[in-house]
Design a protein around this ligand. Structure first.
Ligand code: FES
Length: 130
């Protein structure tokens, strides 16, 4: 019998293999208004999030990471969930929303879904402090 703790949903695999809104190349390739960066103290992985804001909404965003497959899939999902939301709405997207969107991450990888959200929150904070 397969250990369900290590099973990734098809949606997780799709977002890991074909991440949405990933920043290809260097950051000069994307015209952003603010950037956020965080590290995960559990594993040491890092995430950078670049946002373009228009009328107080996330007009567009890109991200880069040294994170694991779950962090990549989670941030890909987050980027799709956040696009078009107001800054306050985007801040309310939490790990459970991402987990629901992806059809449940393995429980021991749940902490990876926090990385993208924290980078987004840092980018929004930096945007508001400009
Ligand atoms: S193990 Fe580091 S973000 Fe997943």
């Amino acid at each position: 019998m397969e250990n369900q703790d290590w099973v990734y949903s098809d949606i997780v695999k799709e977002h890991f293999l074909h991440p949405k809104n990933y920043l290809m190349g260097d950051e000069s390739k994307f015209d952003y208004d603010a950037v956020g960066i965080v590290g995960n103290p559990i594993c040491g992985d890092q995430m950078k999030m670049y946002i373009k804001v228009k009328d107080d909404k996330i007009d567009d965003l890109r991200w880069k990471t040294y994170g694991c497959a779950s962090a990549i899939a989670s941030t890909s999902a987050l980027s799709e969930l956040a696009k078009g939301k107001t800054l306050d709405e985007a801040l309310k997207i939490d790990a459970k929303d991402i987990d629901d969107y992806l059809g449940n991450l393995p429980k021991h990888k749940f902490h990876c879904s926090v990385l993208g959200h924290e980078a987004l929150a840092d980018a929004i904070k930096n945007y508001r402090e400009r």
